[in-house]
Design a protein around this ligand. Structure first.
Ligand SMILES: *[C@@H]1O[C@H](CO)[C@@H](O)[C@H](O)[C@H]1NC(C)=O
Ligand SMILES: *[C@@H]1O[C@H](CO)[C@@H](O)[C@H](O)[C@H]1NC(C)=O
Ligand SMILES: [Fe+2]
Length: 468
């Protein structure tokens, strides 16, 4: 595995050099890339429940589906969540800075819920607050023979040159393609995941199957989510609006299972919130909650954008489910309503990157905007705009719906790179000015041109009258 990483590393260096060259010789490179590569893929069926990736941990009432997320605004807290199947048991987390020695503990709470006839296990959430930055913590949950131990690393303190590596994963589901994405992600050095929505795809099932597949997904992703925070955003497959089962509260399963630190950013809803981590300010939006003028999400976003301090956190990212720019036939223009609502703010505040999922393919745009339109002139097409974000769609996690293989032809001029393969992205922030971005196709131990770009920070660029 180590060898493979090194091999991939050198391929990557070559690619990076080429891209650096392209970037410097053609400032706004107009070479559009539409890779027609189609890798051999596994069928898109979900992995059978009896498979070992869903194994139930040994021991009576052993904690399962362990996952962590950032628990506050600035990265000094973590929410630890898990499920006990037989009885509530303890909601306590023991933790500390050395392995097996837990000098600290925190008490959490548990909840359960029903979904139609399905009855969930006991879902525990426990906040560990007041953590030190850049520190490895070990933690233990459960009791006696059934206890389980994990660890995580806190981020560096909020500081403009803090280096940090994010992974971007979306539309994951629970197929063998999903497993491949997860395993590739875990080899690529990401320290936290920006998850762009559509977690389990449990909504494809009926009756009890829906809850059972939320549970199996929790066990499936635990190999990563127990050890590093996944920053959640919700997609359409997380809505679970099923009046036929009497389930009329959208996002019930998602919200019960995947808490977010929304209160810390003054949000009134777990579906949209913001966190700061290392040198990044990350805004999570909900594509499926009201967002037009004067709605709670709109009011909150306006407030949050005005709070962003680029001197402290130069990197500004937005995470949402439905892409505002995509040239795929599937879900074409579904993001138009949110684009109309928010795009001018994203340009005004010089957002660096906007990550989305939903479309089961990969695509990256140029820095473009389409904000001149008013209904009296109908001047409505994307133009190059150096203040605008780059839009990246990473809906290629590998769920049971398969790939969105058909892009619009010809490739529109706002689209810089697109390919219908499964994969994930990595964004390596180096300092306040430079970050290295890469998209990995799942089978990438070969020399194939995955996408890689050096992004210069939009704020520092503007201050220095940058060349991008
Ligand atoms: C796309 O092409 C149109 C027509 O040539 C042009 O007006 C527009 O500026 C171009 N947009 C981008 C993003 O290059
Ligand atoms: C920021 O990182 C880039 C890429 O590693 C490097 O070339 C540049 O010199 C760094 N800038 C500063 C101010 O350290
Ligand atoms: Fe979706």
């Amino acid at each position: 595995m180590r060898l493979m990483t090194i091999a991939m590393g050198s391929v990557f260096l070559v690619l990076l050099t080429i891209n650096l060259f392209l970037l410097s010789s053609a400032p706004i490179g107009r070479a559009k890339i539409a890779n027609t590569f189609i890798r051999s893929e596994w069928p898109s069926d979900d992995i059978p429940l009896r498979h070992k990736v869903f194994a139930i941990p040994k021991g009576y009432n052993a904690p399962q589906q362990v996952h962590i997320t950032q628990g506050d605004y600035d990265g000094k807290a973590v929410i630890i969540s898990w499920v006990t199947p037989e009885e509530p048991g303890s909601s306590k987390v023991q933790y500390g800075k050395s392995e097996h020695e837990y000098d600290l503990s925190a008490e959490g709470t548990w909840i359960d819920y029903t979904f139609g006839k399905y009855k969930s296990g006991y879902i525990h959430h426990c906040l560990l607050a007041g953590l030190e930055y850049s520190t490895e913590y070990f933690y233990k949950i459960g009791a006696g023979e059934s206890a389980r131990e994990f660890w995580f690393q806190t981020p560096p303190k909020i500081e403009p040159d803090a280096a940090y590596t994010f992974g971007i994963v979306g539309d994951l589901g629970q197929t063998f393609n999903s497993l491949s994405t997860l395993e590739h992600y875990m080899q690529s050095g990401g320290q936290a995941v920006l998850f762009v929505g559509d977690l389990s795809y449990a909504d494809a099932y009926r009756d009890n199957g829906i809850g059972i597949r939320w549970d199996s997904w929790g066990r499936f992703v635990e190999r990563s989510t127990a050890y590093q925070p996944w920053i959640w955003s919700a997609g359409n497959h997380d809505i679970d609006y099923m009046p036929n089962l009497g389930e009329i509260h959208p996002f019930k399963s998602y919200i019960k299972r995947y808490p977010t630190p929304f209160l810390a950013s003054g949000s009134t809803d777990p579906l949209w919130y913001a966190i700061r981590r290392a040198s990044a300010h990350i805004i999570v939006l909900s594509s499926y909650s009201p967002f037009v003028t004067y709605t709670p999400q709109w009011i909150w976003l306006r407030q949050e954008l005005s709070k962003v301090n680029r001197e402290q956190t130069p990197w500004l990212f937005v995470v949402m489910h439905v892409p505002m720019y995509s040239s795929n036939d599937v879900h074409f223009m579904e993001g138009e309503s949110m684009r109309a609502a928010f795009e001018s703010w994203f340009v005004q505040y010089k957002v660096d990157l906007i990550f989305a999922g939903h479309v089961h393919a990969y695509e990256r745009s140029y820095r473009i905007s389409n904000i001149r339109n008013d209904v009296s002139t109908s001047e409505c097409f994307p133009v190059l705009d150096k203040s605008a974000p780059v839009y990246i769609t990473v809906g290629d996690g590998g769920n049971q719906e398969g790939l969105a293989g058909k892009f619009r032809d010809p490739q529109p001029n706002y689209s810089a790179f697109r390919e219908a393969s499964y994969g994930h992205s990595i964004l390596e922030i180096k300092n306040r000015t430079h970050s290295i971005y890469r998209w990995f196709r799942n089978d990438d131990d070969k020399e194939v041109a995955t996408d890689s770009v050096v992004f210069l920070n939009q704020y520092w660029q503007a201050i220095r009258g940058g060349e991008d």
